[in-house]
Ligand binder design. Structure first.
Ligand code: MF3
Ligand code: CO
Ligand code: CO
Length: 304
């Protein structure tokens, strides 16, 4: 399927045919290799669950609901609205559609959605804070529908954005678009991180290292990890059936962060702005499909 894949197998590695035996004891000496059983091979080698068409459809359905939730969040964002108000909407909307909010009680997270304002990088906890003119806010929704997860986020402006706000939101949106351009079989996880880092740093911004994209399906976070920095050609090769998020967090200033007293809220050390966009992607035979699709173009054009 992917050319040259057989050349990279070590003699003591698991045989890609999925037999569960070492390569040297199995296909290495065979003139005609059995076809690679990627589902078994990726599970054995990386603990990655390649998804079946039935599983993909369930993630897609959860994804539709996540996108509707983000649309509702966008419609309500205004000065005076509290992050608790957004939490309430996300929770109520889930209930109306038979979905569950994955963040609630996840490792002790106390609310149903992450709302990350201005210098908050991610994992902001909704509270009584009222949005004010000029703020930026990332809303990150993960729903579980019929046992399957979908995860996506967008960063919104509250009222009129400052030039800095426009810049960081635009750079982050384009970073995710650059990553999307890498999503096809044969490219690697390193290509994704490289594309994001290359673009964001080229615009004078920095990439957060401490949080990564992740596989998901019947659990919230599973292999592979998807760093938003990296080197071309390095890391796991993308193959059809992989489902994972890409969710770059890009800072206007330095990349370092600290975690607030609440144990969750990640904040830039220099207190400058940070933005994030996230979608859940499927690798297909000839490219990708977003399972939480939305247009990044509008956010990309906000920049100056
Ligand atoms: N949705 C976040 C992600 O993109 C995870 C939030 S974990 C929580 O992976 F507990 F903070 F909700
Ligand atoms: Co995620
Ligand atoms: Co998320």
């Amino acid at each position: 399927m992917l050319k040259d894949e057989w050349k990279n197998i070590g003699r003591n590695e698991l045989c890609p045919c999925g037999s569960g035996r070492k390569y040297k004891k199995c296909c290495m000496h065979k003139a005609d290799h059995a076809p690679i059983d990627y589902k078994r091979y990726y599970k054995q080698k990386y603990d990655i669950n390649l998804k079946t068409p039935e599983e993909i459809e369930k993630i897609r359905e959860a994804g539709r609901l996540v996108i509707m939730g983000l649309d509702k969040a966008e419609a309500m964002i205004d000065p005076g609205v509290t992050t608790n108000d957004i939490n309430e909407m996300v929770y109520t909307f889930a209930g109306e559609h038979g979905a569950v909010c994955a963040p609630f009680n996840y490792r002790g997270f106390p609310k149903s959605v992450c709302t990350s304002v201005n210098d908050v990088i991610c994992h902001g906890i909704p509270d009584s804070y009222s949005l004010k003119e000029g703020d930026i806010i990332n809303v990150d929704i993960t729903y579980i529908l019929n046992g399957y997860y979908a995860d996506a986020s967008k960063t919104f402006f509250v009222g009129q954005p400052s030039p800095e706000a426009r810049h960081i939101v635009s750079v982050t949106a384009v970073s995710l678009q650059e990553a999307i351009n890498m999503l096809k079989p044969g490219n690697t996880i390193g290509d994704i991180g490289w594309a994001i880092q290359n673009y964001a740093e080229g615009q004078g911004c920095t990439v957060v290292r401490e949080f990564v994209g992740h596989g998901l399906g019947s659990s919230f976070h599973e292999p592979p990890q998807v760093p938003h920095f990296g080197k071309k050609g390095q890391g796991i090769t993308l193959v059809p059936g992989m489902v994972f998020t890409v969710e770059p967090m890009i800072n206007l200033g330095r990349p370092e962060l600290f975690i607030a007293e609440d144990g969750w809220t990640a904040i830039t050390r220099d207190r400058k702005l940070s933005a994030q966009f996230e979608q859940t992607f499927l690798i297909t035979d000839d490219g990708y499909e977003s399972l939480t699709p939305y247009d990044l173009g509008a956010f990309a054009e906000q920049g100056s």
